[in-house]
Structures are given as C-alpha cells and as structure tokens.
Write a protein that binds this ligand. Structure first.
Ligand code: GFB
Length: 318
C-alpha cells in the first residue's frame, strides 16, 4: 500500500472508520474514497457493485457495520444480522470481483463463546455457544471472517479479518438506550452533574468485566496490519492457523470500576443505582493479544487518559 494507492474506507463516519481516516491522513495517505450511507447504501448489491466498477479501489477497510451496545443488540436483533450480512457480503464479494489487492474486515470480540477461556485466543472461535444477547451480530461477524477465509482459499484473495475488543472514542454512540456502555455512562454522569441529580441508574450488576480500546489506537493497529500482514502469513503451508487477529489492550476492568473512574473524571459524586432487571451480557470478555503484540503493536492510551479525551470531545460537540 503506497501513499497514493486508492483506499476505500467503508463506514468512515463511524467510531472505527473515522479513526482509520484520521490516522491514514496523518500518515500521508491522500487518495481516500469515502461515501456516506446516503450516497451509497452498502446493503444494496447493485449499488455497491457499480461503485466498485467505477472507482476500482486498490485497498478496502471494511469498518461499516450496524453496531450498538447491549440495548441495541436486544432491540434490533433483525437489523443486527440483516444489515451486517448484507454490508459485508456486498463489499467482500465486490472486492473480489473487482480485483481489490487487500481488504481488511473489522469484526468484534463478540464472536467468541460466552464462556470462552480468558484471555480469549483466536483459536477459541466456534468452540461453544455464543452469548444470546448479541448472537445475531456475532453470527454476522463470524460469517464475515469465514467469507474472507473462503475467498482467500478458493480465489487467492488477500482478505484479512481483525477482531477488536470494545472500542470507545470520537464519534461514539451516546444514545441512552442503544449506545455503548462507556459513552453512555459518561453522558449519564455528565447530565447528572449539570442538572444537580444525586442518583444515576446504570444497567446490570456492575460485575461483568470488559476490555476497552481507544479508537485511535485501534486505527494504528488496523493500518499496520494492512501494511504488513497478508493472509498467507496466518497459515503454515496449506494449513490455515488463523482466520483473524485480535486487537485489544490485554487489560480489563469491571463495569463498576469503570463507572467509578468515569464518575471521578466527570465529577459525579452521587449514588449509583444498579438496575439488575437489565442484562449483564457475557461475564468477561478479555482478548489474548499475543499475535498483534508479536507484530509490533501495543495500545498506547491508558483508559483514564482516553476517557478524559473523549469527555473533552463530548463537551465540545454536545
Ligand atoms: O455496551 P455493552 O453492550 O457492551 O454493555 P458489551 C456492557 C455492560 O455494561 C453490560 C453494562 O454488562 C451492561 O449491563 N451497563 C451498565 C450498561 N450500564 C449501562 C448502560 O447505561 N448502557 C449500556 N449499554 N450498558 C458489546 C456489544 O457488548 O460489545 C457490541 O453490544 C460490541 O455489539 C461490543 O460487539 C464489543 O460488551 O456487553
């Protein structure tokens, strides 16, 4: 991939996609092809095919997806599977058809079994049942990585999949019902401080543990993989040893401790009420990051530092 290669970043307005665009621009890649979902509906097979035919991108970052927190996964089970299957199938298939040199597909740590050993290694994929609350999303993401693998084997393409842990950062989803846990807690505390509220309700028991990665750190990992790694590097001879690479910090934190950290940053001193009628989701979700570390990448942003950056951005853009 050189500095004037034609790069298509699908999903460039989202949390992951916008971070990838910022980092590509910072590194001097200046031939980016970007389309909003209004301009190009990635669920539309003909539209996507025509776009690839016309633009002929050399490299594709597939960061477009229907995503959300545990609420969105419960409220939109149908969209979670339909939209994701359509988006990724159209983009992956058209990338093959129109000779894309390399494609990078972004999945999620939700692909692993609910009770996978911790930390979760790439080879734990499909070893037991999934967490029910986000099963439609996880099934779509597993289909995406398997589709990349299948095209690589049959057609000799170079389509690589990476599985990031829970992300947070600029352009995050702060929607109280459907957003991700970290930005939603930040918003709840911020609004409580602003409105002099002494109590904030959070979901579940607070006991589950999650691993959080700042989106700008993810972008560096993703671009490094695109620049350095080929699908054949993930195999030994004919044997495929890995279909994907985990991207995480290697450290996790309970939702309760996360809430206390965010309370400190936002200045919320009131009471936290845990609504246990809301789901906890999977008990723990920590990625094994040995492979991405061996490639020379490491998360740089400490959690408290990343939350402070996100809080500054949120206040500016509220
Ligand atoms: O954001 P979330 O769905 O991440 O929720 P997941 C994580 C945990 O935070 C759950 C608790 O145990 C929730 O009960 N929680 C506490 C809250 N308060 C809140 C709140 O106000 N809002 C939310 N959303 N949660 C995501 C998937 O699962 O993992 C995504 O939903 C994505 O699709 C991501 O794949 C990696 O870790 O449970």
């Amino acid at each position: 991939m050189d500095k004037n290669s034609k790069l298509f970043v699908a999903g460039h307005r989202g949390l992951a996609g916008s971070a990838i665009v910022r980092e590509l621009t910072r590194k001097g890649y200046d031939n980016l092809i970007l389309r909003t979902s209004k301009e190009l509906d990635l669920r539309d097979n003909n539209g996507v095919d025509n776009f690839f035919d016309k633009e002929k991108p050399d490299f594709v970052f597939l960061a477009a997806a229907r995503v959300g927190g545990i609420g969105a996964n419960a409220n939109f089970r149908a969209e979670m599977i339909y939209d994701n299957l359509m988006i990724q199938s159209n983009v992956i298939h058209s990338s093959w058809k129109h000779g894309v040199k390399k494609l990078l597909f972004l999945g999620s740590s939700c692909i692993y079994p609910k009770f996978a050993p911790q930390p979760m290694k790439e080879e734990h994929l499909l070893t037991s049942e999934l967490e029910y609350s986000n099963e439609p999303y996880a099934v779509a993401k597993i289909a995406g990585l398997k589709m990349c693998e299948a095209y690589n084997i049959q057609y000799g393409t170079d389509f690589i999949s990476v599985m990031p842990t829970n992300l947070y950062g600029i352009n995050d989803n702060f929607d109280l019902e459907n957003g991700h846990v970290l930005p939603v807690i930040l918003r709840k505390f911020h609004e409580a401080v602003k409105n002099n509220k002494s109590q904030v309700e959070l979901w579940g028991s607070g006991q589950p543990k999650r691993e959080f990665l700042y989106s700008d750190d993810l972008a560096k990992a993703v671009i490094m993989v695109m620049e350095k790694v080929s699908f054949k590097d993930l195999s030994i001879g004919e044997k495929i040893i890995n279909t994907h690479i985990n991207i995480g910090t290697g450290k996790d934190i309970s939702i309760k401790d996360l809430a206390l950290m965010i309370a400190g940053i936002t200045g919320f001193n009131g009471e936290i009420v845990w609504n246990t009628a809301k789901p906890d989701g999977t008990p723990r979700k920590l990625l094994d990051v040995e492979k991405i570390s061996a490639l020379g990448w490491k998360a740089e942003t400490e959690l408290d530092e990343g939350i402070k950056k996100l809080y500054d951005w949120y206040i500016e853009n509220e």
